[in-house]
Every structure is written in structure tokens, then in C-alpha cells.
Write a protein that binds this ligand. Sequence first.
Ligand SMILES: *Cc1c(COP(=O)(O)O)cnc(C)c1O
Length: 386
Amino acid sequence: MSRETPPAWSKRSLAAQAMGHIDPLTKAVVPPIHLASTYIRDPDNQYSSGYCYGRPDNATVREAEAVLAMLEEAPAGALLFGSGMAAATAVFGALDPGDHVVAPTVMYWALRRWLGQEATRWGLKVDFVATDDLNALRAAVIPGKTKLVWLETPANPLWTITDIAAAAEIAHAAGARLAVDSTAASPVVTRPLALGADVVMHSATKVLNGHSDVIAGVLAGARIDAFWARIQSVRSSQGAILGPFEAYLLLRGLRTLHLRIAAQMAGAAALAERFAAHPYVLAVLYPGLPEHPGHAVAARQMEGGFGTMLSIRVKGGEAAAIGTAARVALWKRATSLGGVESLIEHRASVEGPGTPCPPDLLRLSTGIEDPDDLFADLDAALRGAA
Ligand SMILES: *Cc1c(COP(=O)(O)O)cnc(C)c1O
């Protein structure tokens, strides 16, 4: 059966079936994993299948990329990388020496460190600014010199919100591109490309895969142009493509993305509300709370929820925070986020000197467990129960 126009199935339906692709050889509803590193050349010297070698391209990787491009509604498509860091650094790698870059003061710490220490060695000039303050962002962007504005929203670990549409206007007016690390939002909740971004990046290690068993990163592009081609060339020449087995696991995870994220966001919202009224909690950082400084912008640019992440500041300072994390049982003391199991982390210990993260902060990644159990476990830990 063929159709003139594809039916208007929702993204949730398309993701659940991984775009409905059926293996033509076997009619399998789950695609095979294409492990080959090389492909037969045709007698006429062409590669009619479109594949020639595993470093530039892979069919299993393409399957996962198709779902991600659909979720982001990305005209240029999506590119998968071996990690979120590989995806992010490919964007900066597509710039030229001397280019000026503006990045947020509150952002994923490993990328902030790379921008401060490594990117400058490649000749990039990097300025960090509080991007949630649009006047500060406007002042930091240098017309003609700034080639890229990098945002992260909500941003680790304070869940700072930046207005993507307003930042896109500021960047574009100066002749710069806008890239958004949308890991904490996910494509279910925010679509930066529709808000004016040129490139969106995710650590697919997090909620996209959702099961804490893959390291992966993805970029989705607003248009196929010279910059996108350069990003593609960076991935291919630096060998940063995701492996086929990881792509398969990610494809499997994406099938349940909408269900997982709905449950995780509902849990995060319930926990934020309950911990906001907790006698041992100084503050809850969660964009869904009206008192969060980014709440109004978040309510506008996030759809259906405020993400799966929140942080709490524990009364009693750093020792009380570390002590609380030591006493949990259901929450797992580990880094990373977005998985089905809830994680707790004393973030300042990870980020080290120079971090904007307060020492009394615990970062909470809400999984799919019963929110009542999650509350009771952390409540007991806050109260010092052994
Ligand atoms: C984890 C993370 C990254 C880095 O991704 P990796 O897959 O660990 O390389 C980048 N940005 C954010 C917001 C993250 O949470």
C-alpha cells in the first residue's frame, strides 16, 4: 500500500515505531544492527547503496538520526556523535581561528572547562556571560566578530532559563549563529529550531536514551549550508560518529521517550512542590515553580512540563548536603541525568573551583519510580535518618 501524502501521525506515534521502518529483507519490525565497516563498490565504480565506509555513515545510526530529526523538525536532519561532548565540540570545531564565541556562565561544566582551556588553544575567543540577562547577552555579542552564541536552557545545575527566541534575534542581528544545548529540556518539551536557533545539541546519553547505558550526542540543524557541511566533515574526519550498537540502543530508548519523560516530569513537579515546603530545604531550583527567576520564559518556551531536573539547596551548608546524599537508598548517588532511575549528586564536588554551583546544592534527576517513594527516601535523608 502506498500513500500520496503521509498521514499526520503525532511525534509520539512516530517515535514509538521508530518511524515505522520495516526491514525489507525479513519484514522485521525491529531493524537489524548494521555492523559492517565497509561496503561493496559497484562494477561501474559507484556506491549505489549510498554507503561506502563506517566512519562517515552507518545505516543503524541513520535510523536513530531519522527519529531525532523528526522530533526536532530539523530541515537539515540530525547527526549522531560518540558523546554529547563530541557533538558540542564539533560545532566549535566548525568555526575559524579568531572567531568570537559567547557562552553562558551557568552551563554544563565539562563544556565550560573545554571552552575555557581547549577552545582558546584552537584560536577561539570565548566570553562567558549570564545569557538569561538579555541586556548582558546583547552587550557581550560583537557585531561582525561574534560567530556563535551558545546557550543551555534549562542550564546545569541551577536550571537557569534563557529566552531562546530573544537570544536568536540578538545573535542573528550581530551576524552570529545560535546553538542551544537542549539536553535538559528534550525535544518533547522545547524545540529550539522553531524558536530561531540554527543548531540544537543534546547529550543523548541522558533522557533521549533514558536507560543509563549509552554515551551519545546529537546535533540537529535548521538548514543545510556551509556551516552544517563543515560540522559533518568534522564528524567524519575526526571519527566522531556513534557506534552502530549504541545507535541501536538509542533507537530502542527513543521508542519510549514520550512515556518516560511524561512520568519523569510529573515526578519532578511533585517533588519540587513538596521540597519547597520542606523544613530542611533552603531553596528548590526548578523552572516550574513560580518563584524561579526563569519561570515566565520557561512557561512560554517549554511545552507540557518543565523537564525532569531540579536542584535543592540543603539547610546547613555543604556538610549537610553531602550527608543527605550519603543517607539516600532509593535515589542513586551518581552523576548523569535523564535515566529511568533517579540520581542525586553533590554537584559542587564534581565541578570544582570556579563553579557557580553553591556548595549546599544537590542535583536531582527524577526517574520513573513512585514519586511518593522518592520523596520519603530523600525526606528521611534530609532529616538525618540512617
Ligand atoms: C551530559 C551533558 C553533556 C555532555 O554529554 P556527554 O554525553 O556526557 O558527552 C552536555 N550538556 C549537558 C547539558 C549534559 O547534561
